[in-house]
Design a protein around this ligand. Structure first.
Ligand code: A3D
Length: 309
C-alpha cells in the first residue's frame, strides 16, 4: 500500500520538529513547505540524513513551491509568527490571519481533498478562519491545542506525584488561551481521581500552571514559543488521522448544536480518524466547569469579532 502524504506548511520550530516526529514514527511521507527559499529543503535533507541512523524509511522532502502540496492526505499549517515575551496569543491575530489565508488558498487549489490541521495562533480563531476560507466541511478541519494543554497537565501531575506519565490521564477543553479549562474531575492516575492523591492546593497549582504553561516557556526561551511538545502533539493527531486510530483527543472542532453552541471552533473531546473529526463527544460539565467553558467560548468570540469573518 502506498504511504500516505502529510504536508506541513511552515518549516519553523514546530513544523520541522513535527516532520521529525512523523519520520521517526514512520507515519507518512512528509512534504515540508516554507516561504523562505531553501529552508524547508535544507531541514528535510537534514532529517533524511538521520534516517540511516534511526532506521526510518519514509521520505521527507522540502520545498518553497505550493504545487508540491498536491496529493496530500493531510496538510498541517504551522506557518505564522510565534509569541515573544510580553505578547499574548491574540497579539498575533492580524499577521497570522493573513498568512493562514494565503496558505489555505493554496491548499484548496492544490489538494482540495486533504484534511486540514491548524496550529497557528491564536488557535481557535485561526481554525475558524481556515474553515471559512477553505469552504471545506467542518469535520475536515481541526485545530491542535487541547492535546498540548492536556499533555502539559499530565506532565505536571506526574512531576508532582513522582509517577509515570503513562498512568496520568487529563483533559483540557475550551479555547487555547488564558481561559482554557483544565478539568480536574477528569484528571486521573490509573483511574484514581487526582483529587484523592494531591491536596486541593496542589491540584489548584497544577491546573493554574497548565493555563500558563505556554507563557512559562516563552519567558524562559525569550525568542519564541514552545515547540517540542507542540510538535509531538501535532504528530499524535496526524497519526490518529493517517492510521485511522479513532483516538479521543481534545481538539478545536466546530461545535454547532454540540455543547449548546451556535457555530464556533473550540477545544472539545473528539474521535479523530481518517475522516477527521468523526464525532464530538459531549462530556458532563458541572456548574463551575460549564461557567469556565462558556467564559472561554466568549473570549474566542470576542477575538473572532476582530477578524470579521
Ligand atoms: P517559527 O519557528 O517562526 O516558524 C514559522 C514558520 O512559518 C517560519 O519558518 C516562516 O518562514 C513560515 N512562514 C511564514 N509565512 C509563511 C507562508 N505564507 N507560507 C509558508 N511558510 C510561512 O514559529 P513556530 O514554529 O515556533 O510557531 C509557528 C506557529 O505555531 C505560531 O503561530 C505559534 O504561535 C503556533 N504555535 C501554536 C501552538 C498551539 O498549541 C496551538 C503551539 C506552538 C506554536
Amino acid at each position: 500500500m502506498a504511504r500516505k502524504k502529510v504536508s506541513i506548511v511552515g518549516a519553523g520550530h514546530v513544523g520541522s520538529h513535527a516532520a521529525l516526529w512523523l519520520a521517526l514514527k514512520e507515519i507518512s511521507d512528509v512534504m515540508l513547505i516554507d516561504i523562505v527559499e531553501g529552508m524547508a529543503e535544507g531541514k528535510a535533507l537534514d532529517i533524511m540524513e538521520a534516517a540511516p541512523v534511526e532506521g526510518f524509511d519514509v521520505s521527507v522532502r522540502g520545498s518553497s513551491d505550493y504545487g508540491d502540496l498536491a496529493a496530500s492526505d493531510l496538510v498541517i499549517i504551522t506557518a505564522g509568527l510565534p509569541r515573544k515575551p510580553g505578547m499574548t496569543r491574540s497579539d498575533l491575530i492580524g499577521k497570522n490571519a493573513a498568512i493562514v489565508k494565503s496558505v489555505v488558498e493554496q491548499v484548496v487549489m492544490h489538494c482540495p481533498q486533504a484534511l486540514l490541521m491548524v496550529v497557528t495562533n491564536p488557535l481557535d480563531v485561526m481554525v475558524h478562519a481556515a474553515w471559512k476560507i477553505s469552504g471545506l466541511p467542518p469535520e475536515r478541519i481541526v485545530g491542535m491545542a487541547g492535546a498540548l494543554d492536556s499533555a502539559r497537565l499530565r506532565a505536571f501531575v506526574a512531576m508532582e506525584l513522582g509517577v509515570s506519565v503513562e498512568d496520568v490521564q487529563a483533559m483540557v477543553i475550551g479555547g487555547h488561551g488564558d481561559e482554557m479549562v483544565p478539568l480536574r474531575r477528569y484528571t486521573t492516575v490509573s483511574g484514581i481521581p487526582v483529587e484523592r492523591l494531591l491536596s486541593p492546593g496542589k491540584v489548584d497549582a497544577v491546573m493554574e500552571r497548565t493555563k500558563k504553561a505556554g507563557g512559562e516557556i516563552v519567558s524562559l526561551l525569550k525568542t519564541g514559543s514552545a515547540f517540542y511538545a507542540p510538535s509531538a502533539c501535532v504528530a499524535e493527531m496526524a497519526e490518529a488521522i493517517i492510521r485511522d486510530k479513532k483516538r479521543i483527543i481534545p481538539c478545536a472542532a466546530y461545535c454547532k448544536g454540540r455543547y449548546g453552541l451556535d457555530g464556533v471552533f473550540v477545544g472539545v473531546p473528539v474521535r479523530l480518524g481518517e475522516r477527521g473529526v468523526e464525532e464530538i463527544i459531549e462530556i458532563d460539565l458541572d456548574t463551575e466547569e460549564r461557567k469556565a467553558f462558556d467564559n472561554s467560548v466568549a473570549a474566542i468570540k470576542k477575538l473572532a469579532a476582530e477578524l470579521k469573518f
